[in-house]
Write a new protein. Structure first.
Length: 150
């Protein structure tokens, strides 16, 4: 059976984890990707949870910087109905409530020169349960995609 969606490359971003403070998804190398969708699923969330995306100059990452991105949120808890596509500045991030989905869209061409890596970051002042899946469109699609995890 072939990949019916052709160019999509599914990458584990952040396994479901319960924590307080900052959680970071895997660092992804965008050099071989055209675009990346980060799907964040919120279970229990803390009192103040913010999702940001950081571009990075290397895989460590040594100098991560929050970037602007477009996103869609599920319009109600437990539904698959999405709201309008919205642009947000990098430093502001997006807040989530329990039982919602956040779809973040990143274009490789929008990253700063010398910053080919990205990761998702969740910051919570209380305990939260969160997971993230990365769905990429490869620049050069192959039947078996080259790993993008840095």
């Amino acid at each position: 059976m072939s990949n019916r969606l052709g160019e999509l490359h599914v990458i584990p971003g952040l396994a479901p984890v319960s924590a307080t403070g900052a959680l970071y998804g895997d660092v992804i190398n965008m050099e071989s990707l055209l675009e990346l969708e980060i799907d964040v699923l919120a279970g229990v969330v803390g009192t103040s949870q913010t999702i940001t995306v950081e571009e990075c100059d290397d895989v460590i990452p040594t100098t991560p910087t929050a970037i602007a991105y477009t996103y869609q949120k599920s319009s109600a808890v437990g539904t698959d109905t999405m709201g309008a596509v919205t642009l947000i500045s990098g430093t502001a991030g997006t807040t989530m409530v329990a039982g919602t989905i956040l779809r973040i869209f990143i274009q490789s061409a929008d990253l700063s020169a010398g910053y080919p890596f990205v990761r998702v970051k969740c910051t919570s002042s209380g305990t939260c349960l969160i997971a993230a899946m990365y769905i990429a469109r490869d620049r050069y699609p192959q039947e078996i995609p080259v790993s993008a995890i840095a």
